[in-house]
Design a protein around this ligand. Sequence first.
Ligand code: ADP
Ligand code: MG
Length: 387
Amino acid sequence: MSLTIATELAARFRQCFGKEPRLFRAPGRVNLIGEHTDYNDGFVLPAALDLAVFVAIAPRADRRLRLRSLVMDETAEFDLDDSAPLPRGDWSDYAHGVAVVLARAGHRLSGADLLIDADLPLGAGLSASAAFEVAVGYALLAVSGASVDKVELAKICQRAENEFVGMRCGIMDQYISCCAVAGSALLLDCRSLEAKPVAIDPSARLVVCDTMIRHRLVADEYNERRDECERAVALLSSGIDGVSALRDVSIEALMRHAEDLPEVIFRRARHVVSENARTLRAAAALESGDLATCGRMMDLSHASLRDDYEVSCPELDLLVDIAQGLPGVYGARMMGGGFGGSTINLVDADHAAAFAGSVQERYRQAKGVTPPVFDCAPGPGAGPVGA
Ligand code: ADP
Ligand code: MG
């Protein structure tokens, strides 16, 4: 964990605001497998990163929130007593939304000055948005003398992104940023919100490769996939008993009712239903040290996201193709919403350094740019810095 960034942030805060801040951090995440399953009440297998969003905060005597993001090099200001708060359509909505939802949930927040920095890349599919929300939520509650259950904070941050930012994300990103366990992934049941830590064998590394492609229409495409899943549920629930989400559909039942669905909707459903099964299988394999099976599930996940869910892009496919052909690689797949962002690779620790070099070289030969590669250690969830 980067303590330097926190120390520097505290010094900048004293300079800017002339008072002593408290410091909080919330991590970004990888997801080994379980993509586009969280909003279908399904299973995911994320782990928090040692890369995070950092917030320095001190209370104000008035009812204003003043935020300065060093990453965006911008400042935004809001009044906590504004009776009709509106999104502006920029980065500040994530933080403002958290304050608004916390207030609606009955928390009396104190005005505050916040200085924000991050060593987590934004828009890379590592969920900087959730890390930002959770860090701000944690900090606002702490200076207001309130506390909240971590799962509750995750739900509040998800609501902020759903209702204030307009991104209908599931619970995974906020949940893992709040509740992660160092050294482990969490097998999270997105319906019950029960999570089971699954230790990641230290002989394997989680390596992230960033395409550097940032698709502007991710939110539109993402929300469209959600609509398609809801359509599948509406159509399937008339033929199969007890279906309130795609989580409730087995692959056998889906195949029996294939004719009831338009072809595209069938393929969307097939991705989600098969991905849930792959995620459970991958978690069991990881737990028993069977990295080869875990990796094979990741490879299959990528093919399903590319062909059935159609959320990949040529750059992601290329990074995955390169990775799958390299020595010491158990599995590789696109990660996150899709249409750009990053891939996640499960790589033998002894091969990780050579893997990074080979991926960068081959991708550069094909595309003319060198993709950033992050060799990640599974870290703890959000909290005060230094705790
Ligand atoms: P991802 O979550 O994959 O990183 P998103 O597009 O969902 O991608 O979230 C990135 C957005 O979150 C940024 O464009 C910005 O609006 C906001 N954000 C995240 N971290 C910060 C930060 N440190 N300062 C300001 N805004 C941030
Ligand atoms: Mg995001």
